[in-house]
Design a protein around this ligand. Sequence first.
Ligand code: NAD
Length: 420
Amino acid sequence: MAKIVKNGNKLVVPDELTLPYIEGDGVGVEITNACKKIVDHTISTVYKGSKKIEWLEVLGGEKAYNKTSQWLPEETMNTFKEYLIGIKGPLATPVGGGSRSLNVALRQELDLFVCLRPVEWFKGVSSPLKEPEKVNMVVFRENTEDIYAGIEWESNTEEAKKFYNFLKDEMGVKKVRFPETSSFGVKPVSQEGSSRLVRAAIEYAINNKKPSVTLVHKGNIMKFTEGGFKKWGYEVAEKEFKDYTFTMNEYAAIKKEKGAEAADKAYDEALKAGKVIIKDNIADAFLQNTLLKPEDYSVIATLNLNGDYISDQLAAMVGGIGIAPGANINYNTGHAIFEATHGTAPDIAGKNIVNPCSMLLSFAMLFEYISWNEVSQKINNALVESFGNGYATHDLARFMENGTSLSTSDFAENIIKLIR
Ligand code: NAD
């Protein structure tokens, strides 16, 4: 049993790596099995025995409940803590909402503060855009704060009344339109939380030679929370990455002092020097712009709620739910859980038709994260070739020109054949 350890900034990855995984409920069984086969084949093709995965199943969701009467056994949490990284299939929501708290529990316990969602189009996959090849983004969504902190009170409860009275009497708030029937929510956004998210996004952009990081926010309306995110984001760039970035704040300062021509010149020089441009965009304009000029965006750093909307819109632009991968990461401790981003798809479970690509691309992200880049590359190349020839599961093939619908297991076999 060999584990990854974090040594300073680096992950030290053993050649015989034990990888904990949760199979997942519903279609989880089918996608996890298909992906494990593809991954084993890819690793043996690339490394010819010098690197290996030892699979370690840990329980979560319905399977865990049936075996242990717990949705997320302590042992699973401890294994993820100990082994640093892992991967999970989709988990069913039990009555009473236990599965939400299951995903949230993993995120909170391991403080996985980045929800990472790459968005890239594969040639052949149907898209609502005219030029989907222009979409190439990576979303860094803050994962621990914002209205997702769950501080909410329902209308007509003692708590809501108490909270409103506090606002009215202590804080002098007079703006609540219908106080008697209002529910209330609180949106905490901190400097630490914003800074670490933006720091991770900028480091990613520098390490992966990405042209820009865009801070997406609604600071025009929520000046101290969303506006704070933007302000702290620019500060991180200016204080910690001065030699590697050029911010639109710097641009504005040069423009004010020396005029637009000097500012444009400084911007062009920064681009030529390979610096990462740090800019910002109001969330509503951003959503519109991603449809009209997606090529303007590369790495996106945003708050929790914005990130939720943005990830889904961008995923829909390049093929949707069956093909969007994701991960939840703490870049400081190294902890990371990679995941299929869709649900358990009960309507198609057991039919051997589910698209395994969300999970497969999450595996590709995992191997990139531990610097087994050759594995990710092979998986990506095989997908490009398969989609390019119209071979896909039914959800994608039905919209492709010359599409051929394959079952989940046949699609996996086809990918294995293409990994040589
Ligand atoms: P869903 O993602 O399971 O399904 C929505 C639709 O998309 C369905 O028609 C489904 O057949 C289709 N679909 C989803 N993934 C697909 C794939 N890989 N290939 C082809 N088609 C696919 O969402 P839902 O129906 O709202 O939720 C079902 C269950 O999953 C619920 O219990 C929900 O709470 C849970 N869920 C879990 C996660 C998670 O664990 N990360 C995420 C979302 C939903």
